[in-house]
Design a protein around this ligand. Structure first.
Ligand code: HEC
Length: 449
């Protein structure tokens, strides 16, 4: 693979320079059956298959037709989708679980294959392929669905909250949560919350759902994030020996973001699968939100373009605008292991980093330098609880968000289109598509005995 990298690293759109001792003739360019299928089957077809969220890449014919697009998407780092990356600003030292990224050598092979015209190779001497990296819980104990299917109302975007009664007569301890979308053509992303007081039942009424779009939010006291879903994202899994607590009498609240694009009556019935913890867990996994949300600027630091004091305002037509939020870990916290992270902004957001300062400089916890609203997910550390970073009282967590509020940002274009504006607007804190947030989801483990 190392030789392959040396021989075939031209940037996808650079001119092919024939000759030179180590250049490969078309005769020995990578082929589907010998070189490319093993990469694509393992890393792409978990999503790119006839029933997956991505178009089918599981046969030579399908993949060959997309060879150029595959080379572009992989060399630009858009595919496989994976936002948690390292750069000079912030590079976490703990590895990620289910890291989907492929190697430079694999990217070079896809580029060389496309450049050579996607040769098929010899099916009779096909290289062995590994199974697609699986997404999904291996097994589950409960499947929770809404009281009835939902039919879209014909908006461009619909944010709907489903209140589901899991009949939790006592406390439950969960080890895995997976969102299974009903209708992939309209399901855009989902957030699953515990509603510990069951307050969502009254909001949802007999239909079992309520509108929780712009401004209103999920609107339930003490709602606690349990899981997130975007196409192809892995389920939430509690680390070994830990479990996700769920209160007796609580309800499961699923906030679905639909993209019906104006179509009325599109049907969806998304379900949540739950695996109960086995044995007696010794620790509880919680998700908390750090940063800026609802309508208050907690921990907002002064920054560029402020007009007076610290202000959350992203001026129109400004690129690389940053907002910075700090959170001081409260009293009574001692060495809590941090195990998972997520980034949340709206459509003007282009980068988010989370850093921890324990008194001796910054340590990077998460960096999403090319944030994409459509690909939000939780990233889990792949390390034991005694190896991950921990927080104690007085430590400072800093979330920094970067925004591009110009027409160069396709996200801004999309948000403006939705509201019918031609020009970028100043953006403030809030829940709407043309408002912004700067929020990190942080999963931590609390030792219970
Ligand atoms: C976690 C799921 C997932 C994985 C893994 C994945 N994709 Fe995708 N990919 C998608 C989805 C969803 C889309 C958008 C769906 C569509 O447009 O049909 C997409 C879109 C694309 C596109 C078109 C958009 C663009 O950005 O250029 C290409 C090309 C692509 N994928 C190639 C690949 C290749 C090659 C791999 C493996 C190396 C891969 N994908 C792995 C889910 C995935």
């Amino acid at each position: 693979m190392f030789l392959m990298l040396l021989a075939c690293t031209p940037a996808p759109d650079s001119e092919k320079t024939p000759g030179g001792d180590d250049s490969k003739g078309v005769g020995d360019a990578p082929t589907w059956y010998q070189d490319v299928a093993p990469i694509v089957v393992e890393n792409c077809t978990g999503c790119h298959n006839p029933s997956g969220p991505g178009f089918d890449l599981s046969s030579y014919e399908r993949a060959a037709a997309m060879a150029g697009a595959m080379a572009n998407a992989t060399s630009a780092g858009r595919m496989p989708p994976w936002g948690a990356k390292e750069d000079e600003n912030c590079a976490p030292t703990t590895p990620w679980k289910d890291d989907r990224r492929i190697s430079e050598a694999q990217i070079a092979t896809l580029a060389a294959w496309a450049e050579a015209g996607a040769p098929e190779g010899n099916p009779d001497a096909a290289a062995a392929t590994n199974d697609p990296k699986t997404v999904g819980l291996e097994d589950y104990d409960l499947e929770l669905g809404p009281v009835q299917p939902y039919f879209t109302q014909g908006d461009a975007d619909e944010l709907i909250c489903f209140s589901i009664d899991p009949h939790a007569t006592g406390w439950a301890l969960l080890s895995g949560i997976e969102v299974v979308p009903g209708n992939r053509s309209i399901a855009h992303h989902a957030l699953v919350f515990a509603d510990p007081t069951g307050a969502s039942a009254a909001l949802a009424g007999a239909d079992g759902w309520y509108d929780c779009g712009s401004g209103s939010g999920v609107n339930v006291p003490e709602a606690r994030l349990l899981a997130t879903w975007v196409p192809g994202s892995p389920p939430t899994r509690a680390p070994e020996g830990t479990a996700i607590p769920f209160e007796a009498g609580g309800r499961v609240l699923v906030q679905m973001h639909y993209h019906p694009g104006g179509k009325v009556g599109e049907e969806d019935e998304t379900v949540v699968r739950v695996k109960l913890a086995e044995g007696i867990p010794t620790a509880a996994l919680y998700q908390t939100l750090v940063g800026n949300f609802y309508n208050e600027a907690t921990g907002l630091e002064p920054g560029p373009n402020d007009r007076r004091g610290a202000e959350f305002r992203i001026p129109a037509n400004v690129k690389d605008h940053t907002e910075t939020m700090t959170y001081v870990v409260p009293d009574g916290v001692q060495d809590l292991p941090l195990v998972s992270f997520g980034a949340h902004m709206h459509l003007a957001g282009v980068g988010l980093s989370v850093k921890l300062n324990k008194g001796s400089g910054d340590q990077c916890l998460l960096n999403v330098p090319a944030y994409d609203y459509d690909w939000q997910q939780l990233y889990d550390y792949n390390a034991g609880l005694d190896e991950v970073p921990t927080v104690s009282s007085g430590d400072v967590v800093t979330v920094q968000c970067t925004y591009d509020n110009t027409l160069d940002n396709p996200g801004v274009q999309r948000a403006l289109d939705e509201y019918g504006y031609d020009e970028p607007q100043d953006i403030y804190l809030g829940e709407g598509t043309l408002d912004e947030m700067c929020l990190a989801m942080v999963g931590f483990v609390y030792q219970v005995r």
